[in-house]
Write a protein that binds this ligand. Structure first.
Ligand SMILES: [Zn+2]
Length: 294
């Protein structure tokens, strides 16, 4: 299974994009790295360029400890709200920033707020391919209305650009599909529920979380700093953060996790996508087994 973390600062990336990146993202990401290290697990860190620029030591530690550094954009602006030129600019700047700091090639991307749809697939894939990325992990294979994912999209556009799409994992309960493996679902529900559905997670399952989900001190601080916090976020975004570190420990004990890079793109990986030649003669990669549903 894949363990993925979207590295962003709550007050900047969720509350208001114009807020400064706070020091909390540094301590929180270090805390997540500590938990992974204690459990000898590797992960993919989809990191914002604004966090990497402010705290390069985070990137250095990720690389040193064998994790994958991937891109989550520059400032957490939604891809589907950008022009074609802005999409190119955002992805190029974020990838170059992460590569400069990490000294390693970036091969993966996750869109802020899972904000891609068919209208932007073409420029989005062009921008990923221009930076020689290998994969994206911004979609669920089910409709998720809160992320404006209205249907299961065709991945033909991704394939055309030689990109793999790694869907985030969902579960099916009484005929209804839910994105359950990570984020607020993992935080709000008892760990026993995450474990209960284990038969619905396969080896391709993708777990996701954010560093701020281990931060129990943030609510008091942001209430002092900002007065305009929507009530729905006070209810949903801060509840049960204190339980997350121990739940992560149990998750990492019960299941085997690694990064996208180790799992699919390293020389040693048995799941490495097969090379094939398109009719046009252009060489690209594809792995049909990555396109799965649970
Ligand atoms: Zn994000």
């Amino acid at each position: 299974m894949i363990f993925s973390i979207d590295v962003e600062d709550w007050s900047q990336s969720v509350l208001k994009r114009s807020n400064p990146v706070s020091d909390r993202v540094y301590a929180n990401t270090m805390h997540v790295l500590d938990i992974l290290s204690a459990n000898q697990s590797k992960a993919t860190f989809f990191t914002l360029a604004n966090v990497a620029e402010k705290f390069p030591a985070l990137i250095h530690r990720m690389v040193k400890e064998g994790h994958e550094v991937a891109s989550h954009g520059v400032n957490h602006h939604n891809i589907d709200a950008m022009t074609k030129a802005q999409i190119h600019q955002d992805i190029e700047h974020s990838v170059k920033t992460l590569e400069d700091i990490s000294g390693k090639k970036v091969i993966g991307f996750r869109a802020p707020n899972f904000s891609i749809n068919e209208d932007v697939f073409e420029p989005f894939c062009e921008a990923l391919a221009a930076q020689e990325l290998r994969y994206d992990s911004s979609l669920f294979s089910i409709p998720v209305h809160k992320y404006k994912i209205t249907k299961k999209y065709s991945l033909d556009t991704f394939k055309k650009f030689g990109l793999d799409e790694h869907y985030l994992t969902h579960i099916n309960v009484a005929g209804q599909d839910f994105p359950f493996f990570g984020g607020g679902y993992f935080r709000l529900f008892p760990y026993a529920m995450t474990k209960y559905f284990h038969h619905q997670y396969d080896k391709n399952a993708v777990f996701y979380m954010h560093p701020y989900e281990v931060d129990t001190g943030e609510l008091a601080e942001i209430k002092k700093l900002y007065q305009d916090i929507p009530t729905k976020w006070l209810i949903t975004q801060f509840v049960r953060r204190g339980a997350v570190p121990s739940k992560l420990g149990r998750l990492l004990t019960d299941f085997e996790f690694s990064s996208f890079e180790n799992t699919y793109y390293s020389e040693a990986s048995s799941l490495r996508p097969q090379k094939y030649i398109e009719k046009s003669g252009a060489s690209c990669t594809i792995n049909e087994s990555l396109v799965y549903t649970i």
